[in-house]
Design a protein around this ligand. Sequence first.
Ligand SMILES: *Cc1c(COP(=O)(O)O)cnc(C)c1O
Length: 399
Amino acid sequence: MAAIRPSLRPRALLRRPASLLRRYEHSTPDVTIERGGPVNVDRLCQVSRDFRNAQIESAFLATRGDDVYGEDPTTIELETRLARLTGKEAALFCSSGTMTNQLGIRAHLQGPPHSIICDHRAHIHLWEAGGIALFNQATTHALVPKGKFLTAKEVEKNLHLGNDHHIAPTRLICLENTMNGVIYPQEEVVRIGEAARKHNIPMHLDGARIWNVAADEVEAQHLDSSKEEDIQAVMSNLLEPFDTASICLSKGIGAPIGSVLVGPQALVDRARWFRKAFGGGWRQSGVLAGMADYAITNHFPRLARTHILAQRLAVGLQRHGLRILAPVDTNMVFFGGLDSQLVIDALAALASPILLDSNRCVIHHQTDAEAIDEFVSVVEQLVAEHGVSEPTEDEMLGY
Ligand SMILES: *Cc1c(COP(=O)(O)O)cnc(C)c1O
């Protein structure tokens, strides 16, 4: 049995006993009884399949106004709710997280020469089709943190300031929370925000997975995840250091489609302009807005359970000698020590297959607890047959 390395000990597990999991099982019935099960472990795109019931009803009940003219009440309601929840002036509902990140960034920037500071692993830098260069002619100044995340000192030291014509002045700082499921310590985010303000540089958050941070915080503060005021208290505090944020509605909380950009009215107005130019203005968006609104109300309270399941998976894998490659703060587990393809094939061969495409497991609100236990037994058998090895260089995430 492998010892749990102290730095990777899933911290929240220690805070929350197994009895909590049972409570969540009861308070959040499995909505995929017919079609769910173990297959849900890493199917991000299938997160919200309870289309037989309330969520699809919310689509039927949504208005059919034209959002390009700002005339769809359901979309306006969703945007108003998100602005209120995040403590920002305005919100813009869009089709993807890439779009809300890119619109936020585009709205902040004016023109070259200019640059953006971010972590070298950031989604905006690596996984958005080079959008920053395409839409802004900007350089990303992608920093490699010494520790697990960029500190205020590292960010401040790397700011490009002044008129030296060798530099591309820093015009924006972008952070990502969670990154790889790891929660950014809020004290550090606040310090980065203070440094940014001191130099008059705006901050944007890629909060594709910020709901998971909020869910963790709601638990830590013993608040109520189904109370609007409690979510608002936590979310607005998390987003306080940022001028703008992109928040995904389709990943963690399971809207069928959608992300939102929140920020000051003037910036959101400017983003709306660019959205139209990029062909992202949409007409009858109410159907999607209604379903996203349903997800915030009904799925957010289910996230805490996904964190407990992730820890159950991590602890189970560690018990059989696997390495967990990033702290399991929320709903993601990265494992090393067994060839990923072996694991992928063995899980796919189960009577009720678990579909995985790498060593990255994402637990979502419809994941069945039994799938976690089956996953662990499959790994136990593989370890018995093949033994464990060191994780490969490629698998390491910098934690
Ligand atoms: C998925 C993701 C995005 C982009 O969202 P899409 O809706 O897939 O465009 C941005 N940032 C992070 C951290 C993500 O995980």
